[in-house]
Each structure stands twice: as structure tokens, then as C-alpha cells.
Design a protein around this ligand. Structure first.
Ligand SMILES: Nc1ncnc2c1ncn2[C@@H]1O[C@H](COP(=O)(O)OP(=O)(O)OP(=O)(O)O)[C@@H](O)[C@H]1O
Ligand SMILES: [Mg+2]
Length: 368
């Protein structure tokens, strides 16, 4: 009789791994090197280690299965080899060259002020003497070009080692990249998911940031493909979650926090920012009106045992600064700039604390 591969493989399905209770084919223990040469059959069995105690008995069971289900005369004895499975190493992300810390600014709910907080935090960090980059990861709704009044800028491309690198736009001491510098926001809006994630990867991998103490990522709201792409592309030092004190925003903040903490993603949460914590008229800074409720973020941070990084009031100038591209954090003597300077200080402390306590964040492996 003539042997053929499926005949052998079907026979090997009868060999069950006693510890795992499954057959060796489903367990992927039979290597792809099956050879048939007349009556001679050979293949390799894959084990986690060469001295696995089951090597002998599983080899014997394979011989027996082939003799009973294929042919008694098959020459298999002595032709089963043992190979050790290559170890899948956890991938430690190649950190972006020269970038010390990558901080993702996220929220569950949209419109809570991520982009406002990110741009002011970037300016406050730059004012405090750090080198800062800002990557607008909101491909479908980029805000960075507006918030820095750089809509008309076009990043310069430079060939470095045969590869096109993108030089970020620089303003107020912050280096920025945004999809908004390359395409009309309306055009990006109709992109399919894969186009958006590819554009983001390109901004990350081709951006030439140089030496940075902090690279801030302004994320889109919620928990999207963009978030997954980011954790699969760069090692994120930590996440800052922004919320307003309202219940609806808090509930979504919890979802955002759980996403970062989930086993698959595992990005440390540096803390919570409560934005729009109260309304203050600029001329009466001591007056506080808790229009979205009082201390909602603070209470949530305590409950989840994550650090509270700051409370930012609603002030008209913060909104105006965003709209005209002059973040309030620029005007150091204002009370709003002080709130962002305090926030920057807290973020620096938390990052230092995190880096002292934990190794670099592992990049998320892409499961095929
Ligand atoms: N503390 C604040 N005081 C006054 N206005 C604010 C404050 N924070 C944010 N805003 C305003 O609220 C609006 C939404 O803010 P922003 O765009 O920063 O939110 P976002 O969370 O980034 O939104 P999206 O989810 O769409 O990305 C903007 O007009 C902004 O100027
Ligand atoms: Mg935004």
C-alpha cells in the first residue's frame, strides 16, 4: 500500500497527550517535516523542552498508532525525532528612538477636554523646561492643528538613511504631528479603519522627534481600533484619563481605565484629571459653581485607588485659547496656567514614580 500524509496525520490524531487531554495534532506537536519514503515514515515531535518526561511514551504511542491505523509494516521506529519549540519571546517594544516617556491622554466619553488638557499640558511641560512632543492620534477628528494655530503648516520630509522621515511642526516649544497637517479633516473622516490605523503608524514610525522627555498622545474618545494600534506600535509609559465630574462621563472613564488595565493591554494608569471641575468667572476666581457636580473625578479616583492628578475649572479663556490656537498655559501668571503647571508637575512625579517601580511597558503582541 502507498502511504500519504493525511493517512499518517489521521493516525496521529489517536495519540492523546495525557497531561493536556488533547491529541498531539490539535496541540500542534507534530512538526511540518513529515516525510514518506516507501514504507519509511519520519517526522518530528515538538516539545517545550528536550527532556520532557513524556518524550519516550509519546514516541511509543505514535509508533503504535501508525502500526494500528496505517500499516503494521510501516518503518517508523527510530524515525521520530524530537524538536524543542522555539520560545516566543515577549516583545519589548523598541522605544521610539530618543523618546524617554510616552503618555497617552484618554477618556471614555468624547468632548470632556482631552485635547484641551493635552495641549495645555504639553505647553506647561515645555515651560517647565522639558522637551515635549505631541502626537495627535485622533485621526478622524484631529484638534492639535487648531489648538496650536498651525493648520497651514506642512511638516517637512527629510530623507534619512534612504527613508522619508517627517519633521514635526514646532510651536510654543512643542513638536507636533497630526494627520490634520497632511489631509483635509473631511477626507480622513471617510477613511476605512485600516487607512486610519496605517496613517497613525506612519506618523509614529516615520516621525523624527529627536530627543524628547515626554511624547504626549492625544487620543480619540472611547476604546477604538486606534487605541489598539497604539499599544501594538509603541510602548506607552502610562495613561492619563480625563473626565468631567458628571456621572455619564465617570462611567465612561471607568471603561477607559479598565481598558488600559486589562491583561491584554496592560498600560499603567498614571492617574485621573477632573476637567470642568467647576465654573469660575475670570473676574471672580474665588467663586466656584459646580455645574457638573462636585468632586466626581476625585471620588472616582479614590474609589479606584488611582492618583488624582488635578482639577481644572471651566473658564472661558480656556475655551477661547483652544479656539484661537493659544493655549492658556502660555500665560504663566493666569490662574488657569497655574492649574496646568500643577498638573504638569504631578504628571512628572507620577511618571518618575512609575519608572522607578516598574519595567518598560511591553508592547501588545498582535495575535494572528
Ligand atoms: N476647562 C475648560 N474650560 C472651558 N472650556 C473647555 C475646558 N475644557 C475643554 N473645553 C472646551 O470644550 C470643548 C471640548 O474640548 P476638547 O476638544 O478638548 O475635548 P476632547 O475630549 O478632546 O473631545 P473629543 O472627544 O472630540 O476629542 C472645546 O471647545 C474646549 O475648548
Ligand atoms: Mg480631542
Amino acid at each position: 500500500m502507498e502511504y500519504y500524509p493525511n493517512l499518517i496525520l489521521d493516525a496521529l490524531k489517536h495519540v492523546v497527550h495525557p497531561g493536556k487531554g488533547k491529541d498531539i495534532i490539535s496541540l500542534g506537536m507534530v512538526e511540518d517535516d513529515l516525510r514518506i519514503d516507501g514504507k519509511r515514515i519520519s517526522f518530528s515531535l515538538l516539545f517545550d523542552r528536550a527532556n520532557d518526561p513524556l518524550v519516550g511514551s509519546l514516541k511509543k504511542a505514535c509508533v503504535k498508532a501508525i502500526h494500528s491505523y496505517v500499516d503494521e509494516e510501516a518503518e517508523i521506529e527510530g524515525n521520530i525525532y524530537v524538536k524543542v519549540k522555539p520560545k516566543t519571546k515577549p516583545i519589548v517594544a523598541k522605544p521610539l528612538e530618543g523618546v524617554k516617556n510616552v503618555i497617552a491622554i484618554a477618556s471614555g466619553k468624547g468632548g470632556v477636554g482631552k485635547s484641551t488638557v493635552t495641549s495645555n499640558l504639553a505647553v506647561a511641560l515645555a515651560k517647565a523646561g522639558y522637551s515635549v512632543g505631541l502626537l495627535d492620534a485622533d485621526i478622524f477628528g484631529p484638534s492639535v492643528p487648531i489648538m496650536f494655530q498651525t493648520e497651514d503648516e506642512r511638516p517637512v520630509l527629510e530623507k534619512i538613511d534612504g527613508k522619508d522621515r517627517i519633521l514635526p511642526v514646532e510651536k510654543y516649544g512643542v513638536k507636533m504631528l497630526s494627520i490634520g497637517y497632511f489631509v483635509n479633516p473631511e477626507d480622513a473622516l471617510v477613511w476605512r479603519g485600516s487607512m486610519a490605523t496605517n496613517a497613525l503608524k506612519q506618523l509614529i514610525n516615520d516621525g523624527k522627534w529627536g530627543e524628547l522627555d515626554y511624547l504626549l498622545l492625544d487620543l480619540p474618545p472611547g476604546t477604538s481600533d486606534i487605541h489598539l494600534t497604539l499599544v501594538q506600535t509603541i510602548s506607552i509609559t502610562g495613561a492619563v484619563v480625563v473626565t468631567t465630574p458628571q456621572n455619564v462621563a465617570l462611567a465612561d472613564a471607568v471603561k477607559g481605565i479598565s481598558m488600559f488595565k486589562s491583561k491584554n493591554i496592560n498600560v499603567p494608569v498614571l492617574g485621573l484629571v477632573e476637567n470642568m471641575a467647576w465654573f469660575t468667572p475670570e473676574e471672580l476666581p474665588q467663586n466656584k459653581y459646580y455645574i457638573f457636580g462636585k468632586d466626581g473625578g476625585k471620588t472616582l479616583a479614590a474609589k479606584l485607588e488611582i492618583p488624582m492628578l488635578g482639577q481644572i475649572p471651566i473658564v472661558q479663556s480656556i475655551r477661547e485659547g483652544g479656539d484661537k490656537g493659544e493655549p492658556v498655559a502660555l500665560n504663566e501668571s493666569s490662574m488657569t496656567a497655574m492649574a496646568f503647571a500643577d498638573l504638569a508637575q504631578k504628571v512628572v512625579e507620577r511618571v518618575e514614580h512609575r519608572n522607578a517601580a516598574m519595567p518598560q511597558t511591553k508592547i501588545v503582541e498582535i495575535k494572528k
